[in-house]
Design a protein around this ligand. Structure first.
Ligand code: FAD
Length: 389
């Protein structure tokens, strides 16, 4: 039985802790939040389809159900060489370390005038309140967009998905309130072809969604800065908006600057196909915090974080028993997304040899809701897990 320390209580860290404690190891999981935030269904908080409470899962409860130790604290430094991790309130040592603290965001001028659905979970509540103010006013302009990190393209794609989902959901919500014609909804992004990572076919179909939900588009111009109620572009034009929601490109987690872990130029942890951190036999990294090398379209997604966590648990278990066998996560790299629009969804899949998009009116929305129910209840052991999900 090995002493394993997991840093981070998101999709990646929790899945690793569950799998490792199931193998009988002593697992301690550290998270600065006392809940796992189920980001994919947080898009429904602003349109009041889910409460904040319904989108989080209590880590103390998960720890009891899966018999790992939960420590609520903030990681401030990691020494892989000394096998020590500094938290605000204590120092912990480990035999094996799994780093899973998610990613940071690219700095930009004026970000304080924007809100992001991909940052701190509480931001979803702020967006809900800001949208409500505009609804009370009866009219307004809303701009939703995303940026990129040129040094790490894998940190962008899925962060585009939530922007599209918010736009379509806002449009549907305002229509239901009878206010759609009083609102201008605009999508903005600096890339020439935002969303192209999903594949050529899905990208071409996106325009149909923009038409259906009456979304204006501003793309292909670098964003120079944000100001209160305005997005400024390199061509000196600006987009005025009462509410700006912007998902910046992802960057390495800030704590990694206080670590001896090997990092890419973009600040993500360098790992091999077994999730083992380069040069450290006892240290693994999983999920959004890693550098996801692979096909150009590879994207950091929740289900990939879980596949990486499962491979990591398998590999640590074998290594701790002196066995040679290892599992790679690379063969499972794909993009799978049910892009919700409030009244339906589009199913999108990209693999090396496959590009699929098909609309799922009405049922797609309920499929995503059913997934949210399944994720929460299977993690809490209220219902059995479906193999591979
Ligand atoms: C709005 C939104 C919608 C999405 N939709 C989808 C989707 O439909 N399908 C899909 O597959 N993916 C989706 N994703 C992506 C998916 O949510 C992420 O890939 C996934 O959350 C990554 O998991 P993670 O555990 O690596 O990181 P995170 O979920 O970010 O978890 C990081 C954890 O580390 C903790 N932490 C951070 N810093 C510290 C610290 N210093 N000390 C202690 N703890 C720390 C945090 O509290 C958190 O518990 C979406 C993401 C967003 C934001």
């Amino acid at each position: 039985m090995a002493n394993i320390l997991v840093l981070g209580g998101g999709f990646a860290g929790v899945e690793a802790a569950i799998k490792l404690s199931a193998e009988g190891h002593k697992v301690q999981l550290v998270s600065n939040r006392d809940y796992l935030f189920v980001y994919p269904i947080s898009i429904w908080i602003p349109v009041k389809k889910k409460s904040f409470y319904q989108v989080k899962i209590d880590l103390k409860l998960l720890a009891v159900k899966h018999q790992f130790i939960f420590i609520q604290d903030e990681v401030i430094a990691i020494s892989a060489k000394q096998k020590k991790v500094s938290l605000v309130n204590q120092e912990l040592s480990f035999e094996y370390l799994v780093v899973a603290m998610g990613m940071g965001k690219m700095p930009m001028s004026g970000l304080e005038y924007t809100h992001s659905i991909c940052g701190k979970p509480e931001e979803a509540e702020v967006i809900k309140r800001e949208l409500e103010k505009l609804v009370q006013q009866g009219h307004g302009k809303i701009a939703i967009g995303f940026g990129s990190n040129p040094k790490d393209p894998s940190a962008t794609a899925v962060r585009g998905g939530p922007a599209f989902e918010l736009l379509f959901n806002f449009s549907h919500y305002l229509k239901k309130l009878g206010l759609r014609n009083q609102f201008e909804l605009t999508f903005f992004a600096p890339m020439k072809e935002p969303g192209k990572k999903m594949g050529d076919k899905p990208y071409k179909k996106l325009d149909l969604f923009f038409e259906r939900y009456k979304i204006k588009i501003r793309k292909g111009q670098k964003i120079t800065r944000f100001e209160k109620n305005a997005v400024h572009f390199e061509d000196h034009t600006q987009l005025e908006s009462d509410l700006i929601i912007f998902i910046p490109g992802g960057s390495g987690h800030s704590v990694l600057a206080n670590s001896d872990l090997p990092l890419t130029d973009a600040g993500f942890i360098k790992i091999d196909e077994y999730c083992q951190v380069d040069d450290f036999e006892h240290v693994y990294a999983v999920g959004d915090i890693t550098s996801l090398t692979g096909p150009k379209w590879a994207a950091k997604q929740g289900h990939i974080a879980e596949v990486m966590a499962a491979a990591t648990a398998y590999n640590i278990n074998k290594h701790s028993k002196g066995k040679e066998k290892r599992k790679s996560f690379k063969a499972h790299l794909n993009i799978v997304c049910v892009m919700d629009s409030g009244d339906g969804a589009a199913f999108i899949m990209r693999k090396p040899d496959t590009e699929i998009i098909f609309p799922l009116p009405i049922i797609g929305h309920w499929m995503k809701k059913a997934w949210g129910f399944y994720y929460r209840n299977s993690k809490l052991k209220n219902i059995p897990r479906i193999p591979g999900m």
